[in-house]
Design a binder for this molecule. Sequence first.
Ligand code: MIC
Ligand code: SF4
Length: 643
Amino acid sequence: MGLTLTEKILSAHLVEGEMIKGSEIGIRIDQTLTQDATGTMAYLEFEAIGVPRVKTERSVAYIDHNTLQSGFENADDHRFIGSVCKKHGIYFSRPGNGICHQVHLERFGIPGKTLIGSDSHTPTGGGIGMIAIGAGGMDVAVAMGGGTYYITCPKVVKVELTGKLQPWVAAKDVILEVLKRLSVKGGVGKVIEYCGEGVKTLSVPERATITNMGAELGATTSIFPSDEITREFLKAQGREEVFTPLAADADAVYDEVVEINLSELVPLAACPHSPDNVKSVEEIGPMKIDQVCIGSCTNSSLLDMLKVAHILKGKTVHPDVSLAIAPGSKQVLNMLAENGALAIMIDAGARILESACGPCIGMGQSPNSKGISLRTFNRNFEGRSGTKDGQIYLVSPELAAASALTGVLTDPRTLGDMPEFKLPEKFTINDNMIVPPVAPEDMDSVEVLRGPNIKPFPVSEPLAENIEAGVSLKVGDNITTDHIMPAGAKILPLRSNIPKISEYCFAVCDEKFHDRALEMGKSIIIGGSNYGQGSSREHAALAPLYLGVKAVITKSFARIHMANLINAGIVPMTFANEADYDRIDQMDELKIENIGKQIAAGNTVKVTNVTKGFDFEAVVDFSQRQKDMLYAGGLLNYTKQNA
Ligand code: MIC
Ligand code: SF4
């Protein structure tokens, strides 16, 4: 029986377990990446592990999220990360060099390698045939120290692409179509593998747009084969020597098959407030817009930017629309400047932003009240833009640029002939904003620079014998980590200060949560299905930990958040019978006796609702390693115990 590409790469990196779908496997990690919003914590954790030099083939730290620097906090974090990197063997991509996923694809990614990153869009690397997975900062810290990374051995979904995209229909429309069909939880426990004749019609940046936004499916990762197109891309990046051809076997067996005829796709948009709320431009109908933002790790490549420049050429942005453009990397920005495309954008009235995440994470450019904003980004969760009643639509760069000119949602196919865009044979390469680490023998000469905003992470305790605690919060389905631990210009600078950032924990859902949880001392959270979808931020586990949350009981969890809860020593459980969700109210007192023994003995625990006087079962389907982590009080305690 033939193997899928996913199975080939995973089995070549397997260090623990067997390739049995649904069981836990441990894999060796070749590369890691961090960004600054999750990086400070990850490097504090790395320091706590005590390994002097990273043991990976390549580890890179990027500064791309917190670049507003509205106070000293961001700059202090940057300086801390830069100094840790220099000392411990990590490459440091300075602020201004670009968005982690875009730069990593350009300068460091290697087909067939494994990459984990403390950012949920790490699967961008799947665009060149990597197994690239988003993870919590602690998992990345452990991997940097040479530790194994654990995942559930995934099912593999084949997306068979046929045909060729019509002019003005984009890679973004491909992934929006997949989201429409599979939903934001359709990818949980799965890797999405793209195959078929249509693959050959897609360039690397287009493939990367598709794998990037596979994160919104909840998938473990997404991957394209590594072929001649990959080789050309790497060659243009001056890195042809890292190319290897990789593909699934012709007789590979998949768990599910999705067929997409590229020729039949039309321009799409994900409507507020979920990436899977996908409609065609026609279905949405005429709509006046207030803002257009082009960029983010999904759509900020040179190819995307050249298309945008072509559309804007010689025209002016509609007087009622604000157009912001953030090219994805220094390389992209540089090349736009060199070939005149930047001047075209400026001439048309675009507001050019730094090569960074920017508006995607609410760092500036929040829309006006009730403002309608078309964005080429990957997430449109409520409030994420910084404007609570902002209406965010996720679209392709083509659709965004066309609409910026007309002031209304515009099908780019109305623009006439689309010129052919080819990637350059050679990109402009200048890695002068990537600082290499010092040689191992010089590491003692590097002082790690800590600012006053950098506070130690909260320490978790070994699992108590009994959990007796009230329900401090009950929430519904599809709660995102942006609800649990919001980001944005005001809160993001506090990422290295858990006591302070926890003041905003769940503030989007209930402003009183922080005070109530602290007052209760210990508590339990009740959630619906797909709890914790979205960002990889471990702050969504560390803030609840700091506020005394001992367990979270939901209908189901998103992958990274569930791992982060266990890493933090908080017990994630799911209702054995979902109807029990309705029988619990906020402030009910719950009791779980002998929780450690119950977890050791089987897959369920008995929970008593003391207030309402009934018992129910919660599922605790953990691997032995996860159980041991929970007993120890999280990953760091566990790692130290086993060191
Ligand atoms: C996001 O897109 O939500 C982020 C900000 O990049 C996060 C990471 C973070 O919260 O720092 C992610 O996707 O993991
Ligand atoms: Fe940055 Fe947005 Fe990409 Fe997250 S999704 S890494 S915030 S650009």
